[in-house]
Each structure stands twice: as C-alpha cells, then as structure tokens.
Design a protein around this ligand. Structure first.
Ligand code: IMP
Ligand code: MG
Length: 170
C-alpha cells in the first residue's frame, strides 16, 4: 500500500476546510446541522466538526452505491435522518464524490424537506467517472482515477481503519 496522504496532511487540510466553512456560515448563522454520510465519512466528519467554530448538531445517514471497487449505480439506503431538517442549515459531509450518484440522491431528497440552506463538503473529489453534475461547496482534495483506502475508505468493508489514505499500486 502506498501512502497518498498522511494523517498529518489530512488533518492540516481539514483544519483549513473547517475554517473556510466557519467563515462561510458566520455572517448568517452560528448553528448548523452536519449530516455524516456513513460509513466512509466517519473519521472525516469527526475531525472536521471538532475544528468548526459553530454550534454543530449531528445527524447520520447510511447510503451507498458501491460494492467492491465499482459503482453499482443503485442506491441502498440503510438508515436515514432521525429528525427534521426543515428550516435548518444543513451541511452534508461526504467522504468522496465519484460518479455523483450517491450525493445527487441525498441532495434531491434533502431539498424536498426544505432546509434553510443545503451545502456539501467532501474530503475527496474524483472527476474521471462523474455521471451526475452535483454542486459541491467545499472540497478537501481532488484526485485522479485511483481507488483509495484507509481513514474510512474501504474495499468490501476492509481497510477502513488505516490511519492514512493509501492506494494499491497495480
Ligand atoms: P458515487 O455515488 O459514485 O459518487 O460514489 C460515492 C461513494 O463511493 C463514496 O461515498 C464511497 O463510499 C465510494 N467510493 C468511491 N471511490 C472510492 C474509493 O476510491 N475508495 C473507496 N470508496 C470509494
Ligand atoms: Mg463507501
């Protein structure tokens, strides 16, 4: 496994993102609800919210479109919001946007519930296989066509707890 980003590099960028997000919301609200898209975003979500200088309420959804290392293009909803997002400032926290299908699904449903604002942060963005044009407000790192593992990213549920982001060299 090759290291793409060390834990320190990830953390450095996450602090920058958290500051950017804080500055974006501060002019109009000091309270937001961050929605973690499980399972992949678990570590990113946790590190990010701790660095934000806002009151952050937490919510979790578990949605996936993947099996193995390829998109199935079918969305599986395993758990959903446990409280209303109506009238709230919602920040969707994603691990990675690849085809865009997962995020598009989430955004479509969330907008029907009429949140006050709806924004997205993703730790990684891949553009090579984008199928749906999804709006992303904050991006940690743009990467080319690599399958990454660790810091929440899995291959068939394995390798999530590596304390860095790596990839397998073919
Ligand atoms: P999308 O619906 O194609 O945008 O896929 C998004 C989901 O695919 C992410 O939330 C990840 O769970 C998964 N995914 C995409 N690329 C990778 C990768 O390189 N490593 C691990 N999971 C990935
Ligand atoms: Mg996943």
């Amino acid at each position: 496994m090759e290291t793409l980003y060390t834990r320190e590099e990830l953390h450095g960028r996450i602090v920058e993102l958290a500051n950017e997000i804080t500055e974006t919301y501060k002019p109009f609200t000091d309270e937001i609800m961050a929605v973690c898209v499980l399972k992949g975003a678990v570590h990113f979500f946790s590190d990010l919210v701790l660095e934000m200088k806002l009151n952050v309420m937490y919510s979790f959804v578990q949605v996936s479109s993947y099996s193995g290392s390829g998109s199935t293009e079918r969305i599986k909803v395993k758990s959903w919001l446990d409280e209303s997002i109506y009238g709230k400032h919602i920040l969707v926290v994603e691990d990675i946007v690849d085809t865009g299908i997962t995020l598009d699904y989430i955004l479509r449903y969330f907008s029907k519930y009429n949140p006050a604002t709806l924004k997205v942060v993703t730790l990684f963005e891949k553009t090579a296989h984008r199928k749906v044009d999804v709006p992303i407000d904050f991006v940690g790192f743009k990467i080319d066509d690599k399958f990454i593992l660790g810091y929440g990213f899995d291959y068939d549920q394995k390798n999530r707890n590596l304390p860095y982001v790596g990839f397998k060299n073919a």
